[in-house]
Write a protein that binds this ligand. Structure first.
Ligand code: VGL
Ligand code: ZN
Length: 198
């Protein structure tokens, strides 16, 4: 069984959004088309409470894109984005949501960010996705979405560590590219055994 995992194709990561990824909306039609080729389609949704600890606005004297030290390790600070229930947190209007078997939300824990669809940024707290995939007998994953160097990267590396067969379709991803994060993400995914195709 093969699943397509569509990472965070939400308004705030598209042009005009709070944390816009350049050309983030350019991948939507290609993703919709790809959905037909899979046994299962899973969407992830970045879903933060107001005042989330990954927001620069929650840390006095900090600005978006600064790095801080959290109890679980280094954490980038972001503009307020994907606040639960907001327009920015909704999926891109043209993303075909009806085809999704599961929507997995992440980043709802106020004290811990969650880039990965599998674990929060402490690398320990599970989201439940692993159990869902295993109990459905899904072992092959293809990942697409936003942002290639953050949530797609963390999700793909965790999936490879969990011994799923994982492919990232790079042409259907877009990156933030903060201080060389794109290059580091690509090498990290390759080192973890992720297949990167375009
Ligand atoms: C993401 C930064 C903060 C992502 C989510 O979806 O890549 N990046 N929250
Ligand atoms: Zn976020």
């Amino acid at each position: 069984m093969q699943a397509l995992i569509v990472i965070d194709v939400q308004n705030d990561f598209c042009p005009g959004g709070a944390l816009a990824v350049p050309q983030g909306d350019a991948i939507v039609q290609g993703i919709n088309t790809m959905m037909a080729d899979f046994d299962a389609v899973i969407l992830t949704q970045d879903w933060h409470p107001a005042g989330h600890s990954s927001f620069a606005s929650a840390h006095q004297g900090s600005a978006p894109y600064d790095m801080i030290e959290m109890p679980y390790g280094p954490q980038a600070l972001w503009p307020d984005h994907c606040i639960q229930g907001s327009m920015g947190a909704k999926f891109h209007m043209e993303l075909q949501q009806d085809r999704a078997d599961l929507i997995i939300r992440k980043g709802y824990n106020p004290a811990i960010d969650s880039y990965s669809a599998f674990f929060e940024n402490d690398h320990k707290t599970p989201t439940g996705l692993e159990g869902y995939l295993r109990t459905r007998g899904i072992s092959k994953l293809t990942m697409v979405g936003l942002a290639l160097d953050f949530c797609v990267n963390y999700s793909a590396v965790d999936a490879a560590k969990l011994e799923f067969d994982v492919t990232v379709q790079k042409g259907l991803c877009r990156a933030i590219d903060l201080n060389g994060s794109l290059g580091a993400a690509v090498s990290g995914m390759q080192a973890a055994g992720v297949n990167i195709v375009s």
